[in-house]
Design a protein. Structure first.
Length: 291
């Protein structure tokens, strides 16, 4: 049986191609938002965030699949990293690749997304499970699960160049989620600077192949941090006045009104605001939970 995880030797060979930074081709996306100010009133205002109060978060992207028997072990690594560095690490599980395909037996739920397919296609080497840490070395780079914590620590040691603040409003009568993001820059960031609002869901129970379990097909596996969709696509939109680039002291805001998908459980959802620069590097991440 194909085990779904490429041999470490193959990963090592592929890693040799990760030295340079990948420049995103034609990455500029027009700055448009759809916040319904006429319905919900003026967007909230924010004071600039002092650098001493800024939090640097790291994004761990776990490329996974329900027919990948080695993926549950990688998910545990990601969960442990998030637990060890509480409130400073965001995990996103991206179901993609051939092992995310459905079948007529147990694996009949399609957990893939258009956004996840975009991220998967960016990788220089596609396998499950591999991961990206803040998309360092460019969007095509990847790391084996055993490297994730080391790379996370390297990123956590870097002082934040951008401080983020958020606000939100859930309007159940209209099925609308209003999202507001404010950024304060403490250094230069090469544009385009974009914000992607990504929707994750946890607490999903379904079938998963797990080589560490007996039987290997687990019928009540709990999936967490699953990428379910986005507000403006995988790459997002320009971040307000900083869309073309930012310098120390600049501020930027973005407000949107998003129609919620009823297939997603709001109480189990997380919204990630992922801020990236010209090379796709994740400058910072903000995380919204619904109380």
């Amino acid at each position: 049986m194909f085990k779904g995880f490429q041999p470490l030797a193959a990963l090592a060979i592929a890693a040799s191609f990760m030295g340079g930074c990948d420049q995103i081709e034609d990455p500029v996306i027009p700055v448009t938002t759809n916040y319904l100010e006429a319905v919900y009133g003026p967007a909230p205002t924010f004071d600039a965030l002092p650098e001493s109060e800024a939090v640097k978060r790291v994004l761990v992207e776990d490329f996974t699949a329900h027919q990948c028997g080695n993926c549950p072990a990688a998910a545990i690594i990601a969960e442990n990293i998030a637990a060890n560095y509480a409130d400073r690490v965001s995990v996103m599980a991206i179901h993609a690749g051939n092992l995310a395909n459905t079948d007529d037996d147990h694996f009949d739920t399609d957990w893939t997304t258009e956004e996840g397919d975009v991220f998967w296609d960016q990788l220089d080497f596609q396998a499950n499970p591999v991961g990206r840490i803040n998309r360092i070395n460019g969007v095509g780079s990847f790391w084996a699960p055993a490297q994730w914590e080391e790379k996370t620590l390297e990123e956590l040691a870097i002082a934040p160049v951008l401080g983020l603040q958020h606000d939100y409003e859930w309007v159940p009568a209209n099925g609308h989620l209003n999202l507001h993001l404010h950024g304060t820059f403490y250094g230069d960031v090469e544009g385009p600077v974009q914000v992607a609002w990504l929707v994750l869901e946890s607490g999903i129970i379904d079938y998963q192949l797990d080589y560490a379990s007996d039987p290997e097909v687990v019928e009540d596996y709990e999936f967490n941090h699953v990428l379910r969709g986005s507000v403006h696509g995988a790459l997002g939109l320009g971040f307000g006045d900083a869309a073309s680039g930012a310098s120390a002291g600049d501020v930027a805001t973005q407000s949107v009104t998003f129609t919620w998908n009823d297939e997603w459980l709001l109480e189990n959802a997380t919204i990630l605001a992922v801020l990236s620069d010209a090379n796709g590097y994740v400058v910072n991440v903000d995380e919204i939970h619904f109380d």
